[in-house]
Design a protein around this ligand. Structure first.
Ligand SMILES: [Mg+2]
Length: 221
């Protein structure tokens, strides 16, 4: 049997295809203050908590020599776009089947996401298949000191499940998420964002990740 003690799942870009929505919202928000975000900058925002991203985008706006908005002003542009688009996001291919497989094999599951409780509710309303996940560690969890790329979210999930992080498989798409899971000691499976070359992949992600082109490839049996 090739099965871990638990599977720890990221949400955005891993179980749900929400990253195009986030990218559009951040791009339009930054553009509103004169900055055109690059694909690499958008990839760097993936997987992190909203407030951490607000600070990062403000730093990029400042570095470009433009007037920096305060965080709330930036959010006032970003949030309505995200809220409008996110409920439409579909499941990533193979995600419902992977959760079902965990369930069949009695492998414990956790959602380890930087999303807040409010944001999670918006994204998951149309996806009842996500309710079979055993527990959740959210970005605004009161017990969480630091978000991804710090190891804290994966460590907290393993602790709550009562398993050793080293016996867990973590599923991530973002560099920040993969670094977080690796630092926690998990075995990391990365669902690669589209259009990423091998060189860039090897530069951005920890060296001992397993890379997947699809969740259908997960070797869980
Ligand atoms: Mg993600």
């Amino acid at each position: 049997m090739n099965a871990p003690a638990a599977c720890l799942f990221d949400l955005d870009g891993l179980l749900l295809d929400t990253e195009p929505c986030h990218a559009r919202a951040w791009r339009e928000a930054a553009r509103n203050f004169g900055l055109e975000l690059t694909e690499r900058q958008l990839l760097a925002l993936r997987g992190r908590r909203r407030l951490d991203n607000v600070e990062q985008v403000c730093r990029w706006i400042e570095a470009s020599g433009r007037n920096v908005p305060d965080g709330q002003t930036l959010m006032a542009v970003q949030q309505p776009i995200a809220r409008r688009l996110l409920p439409e996001a579909l499941a990533m291919p193979g995600a419902p089947q992977l959760l079902e497989r965990c369930h069949e094999l009695a492998v414990a599951t956790a959602l380890v996401t930087s999303s807040s409780r409010e944001s999670l509710a918006i994204k998951t309303a149309g996806h009842p298949w996500l309710e079979q996940i055993d527990l959740r560690v959210l970005g605004d969890d009161p017990q969480l000191e630091a978000g991804k790329p710090a190891p804290d979210p994966f460590l907290l999930a393993a602790q709550r499940l009562g398993v050793n992080p080293g016996d867990c498989w973590a599923f991530e798409d973002s560099p920040a998420g993969a670094l977080s899971a690796e630092a926690a000691g998990c075995r990391v499976h990365v669902l690669l964002p589209p259009g990423l070359g091998v060189e860039e992949r090897d530069r951005l992600y920890p060296g001992d990740c397993s890379f997947l082109d699809s969740l259908h490839e997960v070797p869980l049996s």
